[in-house]
Write a protein that binds this ligand. Sequence first.
Ligand code: UD1
Length: 422
Amino acid sequence: MEQFEVVGGARLAGEATVAGAKNSVLKVMAASLLAEGTTTLSNVPDIGDVPIMSEVLRGLGAEVAGHAPDITITVPEELGFEADYQHVRRIRGSVCVLGPLLARAGRARVALPGGDAIGSRALDLHVMGLERLGAVFDNAHGYLVAEAGQLTGAQIWLDFPSVGATENILMAAVLAKGTTTIDNAAREPEIVDLCEMLAAMGAQIGGIGTSTLQIEGVDRLRPAPHDVVPDRIVAGTWAFAAAMTQGEIRVRGAGHEHLDIVLDKLAQTGASITTYDDGFVVNCTSRPRAVDVVTLPYPGFPTDLQPMAIALNSVADGVAFVTENIFEGRFMFIDELVRLAADVRTDGHHAIVRGRERLSGAPVRATDIRAGAALVLAGVVADGVTTIADAFHIDRGYQHFVETLTELGAQIRRLGADETLL
Ligand code: UD1
């Protein structure tokens, strides 16, 4: 397994360019299944999850060609209907083929993704919504098996604005007969991106960007080219990197409008934020002040940036209170951060972080994509050498992470499998 090795002490400065969002590209790739023919996607990020999702689509009979930032997906008239465990367990986001398969093939057999290092991640809301549209589910041999004749529009209330459930129900409803309303829908920018692609394909969707989506089913959709929305979580990671290292980073390619609350939190740490049409600059000239954070569905503070908030607070001036409301397992990486001498204590879904002047380098392990990125940033502000094992997690969601950090002035290198055995 590859590791990253970081020598601490750098102030990060320069530019970072942000590509398309991981959490959007996987969904718009799945949405391409809804129309026979060739879909062209641009601004596709060069990340590990895209080739895995491509394998899922190939397993369903689609052809995927090209390479980030441009790929094409050619979908046959007759689709397969099985997404196997080998791929689904590697990227849980691949369960978003469930809605398109039910809409187009009338049936689906999708492996249950199993446990996840950030929490249990149930699928009950996905199933409830699709059942309301007329699908019948069974759970056999580790697979969710669903059958549907013609899906029929329905009124659906979500107990929680789940991103994945909203997407699956939406992608089934666009080809259902009649009207579907999804109330308490998630409204993350990646959902807006998916809605815009579906609308360009001919779907009738009202309320885009709000928590009530009204979908008027149509008989057919046609392929439409789509440019993936920039990755706000990657942009936010660079924003935190600047503040944590008392540096200055210009983030290009990602609008600040999807990061309002994040940039406001960074301003509270003492960083100065300047916004531009194509991005923003975060500049921090002194030790950041501690800042409290509470994660919530969009437009609240994103759970995917919670590890960065804890990492920043671990070197900030003061004490911060961080509350995680989305994934119960998302504090698991804190044990790794504590190996770097961070002073963090948790009680349920609350964490108290007492800032230290400096962290102390040590070997740690990435437990998921975002935790991995946060541990690398912690390594940059730690004395000495930090190695981050299981770096594949970071490669799943961050394009050219080591190269970008090197350009920003970090001392970081990727150790191959042979070197890590030494
Ligand atoms: C997506 C993102 C992830 C992000 C999360 C929240 C992708 C590939 N991943 O994950 O990066 O952190 O949104 O912004 O897009 N839940 C249920 N039942 C369900 C579905 C969800 O109880 O049927 C719960 C989950 O266990 C979790 C919470 O709802 O506690 C949020 O999950 P959800 O919004 O669905 O996140 P994902 O779509 O899995």
